[in-house]
Write a protein that binds this ligand. Structure first.
Ligand code: XIL
Length: 373
């Protein structure tokens, strides 16, 4: 008997496409009515989400529950993004701070906000060495295995039907490609990753199941190790659907020129690829060019299904001194924002260093990419 592959069984949730279809219908109606003849208003109506949707991708952001009361934060989030990841609220220490005592309040705030806006929701993250409560680190052997299974069951069960993709295992490798010596690795052995994916598949058969890591964007010892892991999991029939490339870039670790080739070799293993935590230190045109390069890398790979930036505004970035995001501390669009839009919509240039959108960028915006907000 030929069994279905995980990819055939699992597809990203379609809810955001409703939002996309509505946006395109509105844009079409506007075009018919001649409303979009005003090219000067086009950039205000084209958003990250609508631009990405025009290429069949989502564009997401990490969200912090305690910012959802801030008007500018929420209006920017709602206007621009089609997917959300909880920045901290769905990590083990947040959801199960003591054994068996679950607290979903903050995670639920984010989930409800995403649902109210028709946004996709990524789950982050189930098995990770960091932001792991002390009680987990003190367990040994079978107790750790059953606690992990219970955590996965409770969390995925709670959010079942709401999550498009879960980061099942996060950051399991060192830079040299050896396994990180986490409590999971030390007490459960090499097989813990396959075990976690099988537990996750049982807990929510509909969510896509991802492995997620950083510094795997180029071809290097670490990405080779992840590649070998994914190839082995697929060969064993372990249900893995996607690989997340965190993509935290800075001057010492810039966007690599071979990003799309690396994404493609993973996709060729039969998994989707996603850019999951994008932020790029810097400013002005050098930052913008790298953002544009990331979008182009994703667009070059048909199984690259979407991009998530790791925050809405520089002022709440986890590394605020790097000013790594698309909106500045006053929620103004940065040159990198225009570069992202241009990369999705076929434009060639973005804002100049003074922050003014150039004519060629505005002319590049197509009427069908506009979105009423
Ligand atoms: C970061 C959050 O942004 C911070 O608020 C928190 O203090 C630490 O974690 N890799 C990941 C993310 O997978 O969960 C991390 O998020 C950034 C690095």
């Amino acid at each position: 008997m030929i069994s279905e592959s995980p990819h055939e069984r699992k597809h990203p949730r379609r809810r955001p496409l409703v939002r996309t279809a509505l946006a395109l219908a509105l844009a079409g109606a506007m075009a018919t009515a001649g409303v979009v003849a005003l090219s000067g208003t086009a950039s205000a109506q084209t958003t990250l989400g609508s631009a990405a949707a025009s290429q069949g991708r989502y564009f997401g952001t990490a969200v912090a529950a305690n910012r959802l009361g801030e008007q500018d934060y929420v209006s920017t989030l709602n206007r621009e993004f089609s997917s959300v990841t909880a920045e901290n609220e769905m990590k083990w220490d947040a959801l199960e701070p003591s054994q068996g005592a679950f607290n979903f309040a903050n995670g639920d705030r984010i989930a409800q906000h995403a649902a109210s806006q028709g946004m996709e929701l990524r789950g982050h993250t189930l098995v990770w060495h960091s932001q792991l409560p002390g009680w987990v680190q003190n367990l040994s052997g079978d107790s750790l295995r059953s606690a992990t299974e219970n955590h996965i069951n409770e969390v995925m069960g709670h959010y079942r039907g709401q999550i498009s993709a879960w980061d099942v295992v996060n950051e399991a490798f060192e830079e040299n490609g050896t396994r990180r010596q986490s409590v999971f690795q030390q007490r459960l052995g090499d097989g813990y990753i396959a075990e976690a994916f099988r537990m996750a598949d049982a807990a929510d058969p509909d969510a896509q199941l991802c492995y997620n890591d950083y510094n795997i964007e180029s071809v290097n010892a670490k990405s080779n190790a992840v590649y070998d892991l994914v190839r082995g999991l697929k060969a064993e029939g372990v249900p893995i659907d996607c690989v997340g490339f965190q993509s935290h870039f800075n001057s010492g670790n810039p966007m690599p020129g071979n990003f799309h080739e690396n994404l493609q070799r993973f996709a060729d293993l039969g998994v989707d690829v996603q850019i999951t935590e994008l932020d790029i230190a810097g400013s002005g045109s050098s930052q913008a060019e790298q953002y544009q390069g990331v979008v182009q890398a994703c667009l070059a790979v048909s199984r690259c299904t979407g991009i998530t930036v790791w925050g809405v505004t520089d002022k709440y970035s986890w590394r605020p001194n790097d000013t790594p995001l698309l909106f500045d501390g006053s929620y103004q669009k940065k040159p990198a924002y225009d570069a992202v839009i241009a990369a999705f919509t076929g434009g060639l240039s973005g804002r100049d260093s003074a922050g003014a959108a150039s004519i060629s960028f505005r002319e590049a915006i197509r009427p069908e990419d506009t979105l009423l907000t």
